[in-house]
Write a protein that binds this ligand. Structure first.
Ligand SMILES: Nc1ncnc2c1ncn2[C@@H]1O[C@H](COP(=O)(O)OP(=O)(O)OP(=O)(O)O)[C@@H](O)[C@H]1O
Length: 267
């Protein structure tokens, strides 16, 4: 279990980016995190992954992994947790790859290092997981440099690495933002499967994906979690203005009543 307690993050100039954030992540549960642009969602994910960002630092709080505070661990220990314990899908998939190394080489090296596989097994796993994310031209994708693939293809390749590593905790920052409806549905299905073993923190503005995937929902505003609850409760009775508007935009008038808008993949 991951327990985030009293987490505050600020810039060196004293601008507060996260303010006493608290929540728990439990395997088997997908927690959605939504809120206006610039409210602090990516900052929170970076803090969880231990990614330091220039002049931004954690100034109070704890991130407890099975009771042990990650913030007190040396950087190497935290780095070693990335992969099979903590998995991250960044908002911009380009940042997940070295631009000068073919995607397949990077995948295989990750699997060799993190899963201690030999060269052939790592290559086979890379091919298998590329197929799983619907990148069916696997040989071409494997040989391509990141710049030769589209943003959506790279987003799926990042997801493929995650599937291969099967981490216990998944922090996904708008993981399907660059995808068409078919691939969005495909990847959300994969995440639903991974939820059986993992805890997922799913950052999204996609109301349909949140309703399908997330058991619980956190709403962030100016670095504060202003609203939380089960996804069903929050969509049924939102309290804050931002959440009310989010829910209103998720609905459509149909046959004399209001119903949830469907994503194209549900139609
Ligand atoms: N390195 C930094 N230095 C100063 N301010 C920063 C830094 N990184 C982020 N911020 C500020 O922190 C706030 C939160 O940014 P963040 O990227 O976490 O928002 P977000 O909720 O993920 O937004 P979006 O939905 O657009 O991705 C913003 O006002 C942003 O400008």
């Amino acid at each position: 279990m991951i327990e985030v307690k009293n987490l505050s993050v600020q810039t060196s100039k004293g601008v507060v980016l996260l303010d006493h954030v608290e929540f728990t992540l439990t395997p088997g549960v997908c927690t959605g995190l939504t809120g206006a642009s610039g409210s602090g969602k990516t900052t929170l994910l970076k803090a969880l992954m231990g990614v330091s960002d220039g002049d931004v630092s954690i100034n109070s709080g704890q991130i407890l992994l099975d009771g042990e505070d990650l913030l007190k661990k040396p950087e190497k220990v935290r780095r070693d947790l990335c992969g099979t314990t903590l998995g991250f899908i960044p908002q911009n998939p380009m940042t997940a790859f070295n631009l000068h190394v073919p995607v397949g080489t990077q995948m295989s090296e990750t699997f060799r290092k993190r899963l201690r596989l030999d060269k052939n097994a790592a290559r086979k796993l890379s091919m298998d997981v590329l197929q799983k994310v619907n990148l069916l031209d696997t040989n071409r994708v494997y040989r391509s440099y990141p710049g030769q693939l589209s943003g959506g293809m790279l987003q799926r390749a990042t997801m493929a690495i995650l599937i291969g590593l099967s981490p216990r905790y998944i922090f996904a920052d708008e993981p399907t933002s660059a995808l068409d409806e078919e691939n969005k549905a495909y990847l959300n299905q994969e995440l639903t499967q991974m939820k059986q073993k993992a805890a997922i923190l799913f950052v999204s503005h996609d109301d349909a994906a949140i309703r399908t995937l997330c058991d619980e929902l956190l709403v962030m505003q100016s670095g504060i979690i202003v609203e939380r609850g089960t996804t069903a409760d929050l969509f049924a009775t939102p309290h804050k203005e931002w959440t009310k508007e989010f829910v209103r935009l998720a609905m459509v008038e149909e046959g004399g009543g209001w119903t949830w808008k469907k994503s194209k993949s549900e139609m």
